[in-house]
Design a protein around this ligand. Sequence first.
Ligand code: ADP
Length: 304
Amino acid sequence: MSIVLKDLTKTYGSQRAIGNISFSIDSGEIVGFLGPNGAGKSTTMKILCGYIPQTSGVAQIMGMEVSKDPIGVKKRIGYLPELNPLYPDMYVAEYLKFISDIHKIKGSKEAIERVIESTGLSLERKKKIGQLSKGYKQRVGLAQALLNDPDVLILDEPTSGLDPNQVTEIRKLILSLGKNKTILLSSHIMQEVEAMCSRVIIINKGKIVADDKVEVVKQTLSKNKSTTVVKFRSDIDVKKLRAKSGVSEVIASEGSTYRVVAESDIDLPELLFNFAIESKIIILEQKEEVESLESVFQQLTKNV
Ligand code: ADP
């Protein structure tokens, strides 16, 4: 696994930005991290890159725990922050040299040539960053993230603020980079994720509300669904519950707790009661979610 998060929680003062987030990403996957503004995307990404510490839980990159080996992790990861910090008075090649010196990149001359080539900056290398279009500034941001030839790329809202042509160009570039890297990219636009990713993880109010193939999530969202969070006394056979007629998704979280999505005409409390009896497992708690996937989707599509 390239990226593993287990029960990750972050609180800022008394405010919980993310709560008990868990997911894993295999090498070579391009995964969209989708959610409305303020959902907790940047917070999760900053923890993954070792820029801020988590309050609890575990974040791993390429098998290394980020909080225990931040330097090891930084060698294997490339990060494009949401507000890409560039120096407008520096020349493109000069800036890349500056960043590679800060990160003590070995063979920096070759590394700079490689990233200039792979991000299509050959004609701009002698221009000042301040003279570049937003799309090209974003290429410079991607180039700095690639200097250490990372296995994992974390891209926070990589196309935000770009015009439609620039968006298309940057998407193409990300797809070509994704051929031999694991990429987690955040967005608040469903279309964006659809264009680049096979899998989508949706976060809302600091909780994961969906994690599946893009087409499966879209199908789930397009139908009327109801969601119930149920806590059993011990772990259940997720496959068995998923196989029940009317159940469309079962997402496991910590403490034998599951988010169960079903067709809205299904009596989910009755279905869960029967499932518990059949499995000889006790239900400790269950609660219908008011914030449905559907309403999250409405927020996401408002921005398109
Ligand atoms: P997203 O990237 O999905 O827009 P963020 O991770 O930036 O969401 O924010 C999640 C929540 O945490 C928001 O409510 C935000 O206001 C809060 N937050 C983010 N950074 C800080 C901070 N440095 N101090 C206090 N609250 C923060």
